[in-house]
Design a binder for this molecule. Structure first.
Ligand code: PLP
Length: 385
């Protein structure tokens, strides 16, 4: 971990918030108010109505912008609400979008099923191969949407290479940085125009909220997103923003422990005779290890594996863990084990799943903050069930 962590640790605690001037309260209050009284027509303190903006949500936005190394952030009700606002704000009928072929299932469904009836044409591209993106960009595209590491296989995209290709072709670059967070990956430094988060995951980190964020590099792009959020209404609630402000304080600390735990668990799985494949960017055996070392500060805490005996054997493992909870979501303090095909990626067409390695037997593990020996003991027991 780099020494930048010290800066991020401080920002995670202090950026965007200062003691309440009226009371000295150290925590930003939950401004649970629909509306804000104006002193005179057109004279107010920056807030008018909580669909347009809210002081608690604004504090979280300032903190996320500071962590991601940008100046602007906007929070949404969920991660998918952020992706929807992005599409509504930046795309119109006739536009073409190129999307990483492995991405969160809800993202795939949005681009594949929700947007095409409005005339937006989405194509799924193997962005792990910049040459495939270059080929796809021979036909003009408005937006390139990259998710790296990709949920659930952990396939990586070279952000600097793909951003260069997209910009040369006149497309905007959006990076979903949910899985590594700004602690481990810095998309703005690699060319992203917009960074997207499901704050539901590591940013909150406690399985307590759902939320999303869009961070734009450029003020004009940000203003467009401010406009569309107000016009379409999917702002985050003040209470969720307040909980997330508390959760994000320990993000750098948590990521360090998440990564250390995940590496131990990945090494255990790799050495287990019943495990046939482990995908984790922190392992030397990871096929894109060189890119992981160049692009990430550590391997992250999400991994995927398969066991001998295929689907049936995989499901037996999923059904037999006790400490690892069988659940959707990732990035929380508690370790979660997931069956992507029946859970998070159930809406991805089977052809796309099979072409991209999302097999029936694939198990996704979001390694939490428990003692790693306890996690390993739980997995060992489930693997021999
Ligand atoms: N992006 C990634 C990488 C995700 O894993 C998810 C959800 O799992 C989302 C976006 C969508 O976020 P939300 O569930 O908060 O709508």
């Amino acid at each position: 971990m780099s020494t930048d962590l010290f800066e991020l640790s401080t920002l995670a605690l202090h950026a965007g918030a200062s003691p309440d001037p009226a009371t000295g309260a150290i925590l930003t209050p939950i401004y649970q108010s629909t509306t804000f009284v104006q002193e005179a027509v057109g004279v107010h303190k920056g807030f008018t109505y909580s669909r347009s903006g809210n002081p608690t949500v604004a504090a979280l936005e300032r903190r996320l912008a500071a962590l991601e190394g940008g100046e602007h952030a906007l929070c949404f009700a969920t991660g998918l609400a952020a992706t929807t606002a992005l599409a509504l704000g930046l795309l119109k009928g006739g536009d073409r979008v190129l999307v990483s072929d492995v991405a969160y299932g809800g993202t795939v469904r949005l681009f594949r099923e929700v947007l095409p009836p409005f005339g937006v044409q989405a194509e799924f591209v193997d962005t792990a191969k910049p040459e495939c993106l270059a080929e796809a960009l021979r036909t003009p595209a408005r937006l390139v949407f990259l998710e790296t590491p990709a949920n659930p296989t952990l396939k990586l995209t070279d952000l600097a290479a793909c951003a260069d290709l997209a910009h040369a072709a006149g497309a905007l670059v959006v990076v979903d940085n949910t899985i590594l967070t700004p602690v481990l990956q810095r998309p703005f430094e690699l060319g992203a125009d917009i960074v997207l988060h499901s704050t539901t995951k590591y940013i909150d980190g406690h399985n307590a909220t759902v939320g999303g964020a869009l961070l734009a590099r450029d003020a004009a792009l940000h203003e467009r997103l401010v406009w569309v959020r107000n016009a379409t209404g999917a702002i985050q609630s003040p209470f969720n923003a307040w909980l997330t402000l508390q959760g994000v304080k320990t993000l750098p600390l948590r990521m360090e422990r998440h990564c250390a735990n995940a590496l131990q668990v990945a090494r255990f799985l790799e050495g287990h005779p019943r495990v046939t494949a482990v995908s984790y960017p922190g392992l030397d055996s990871f096929p894109q290890r060189e890119l992981a070392l160049r692009q990430h500060r550590a391997g992250g805490a999400l991994l995927a594996f398969e066991v001998e005996g295929g689907t049936e054997a995989g499901i037996r493992v999923l059904n037999n863990t006790r400490l690892c909870s069988l659940a959707e979501n990732l990035g929380a303090a508690e370790t979660l084990i997931t069956h992507p095909v029946s859970m998070t990626h159930g809406s991805v067409p089977v052809e796309q799943r099979l072409a991209t390695g999302i097999t029936e037997g694939l198990i996704r593990l979001s390694v939490g903050l428990e003692n790693p020996d306890d996690l390993i003991a739980d997995l060992r027991r489930a693997l021999s069930a």
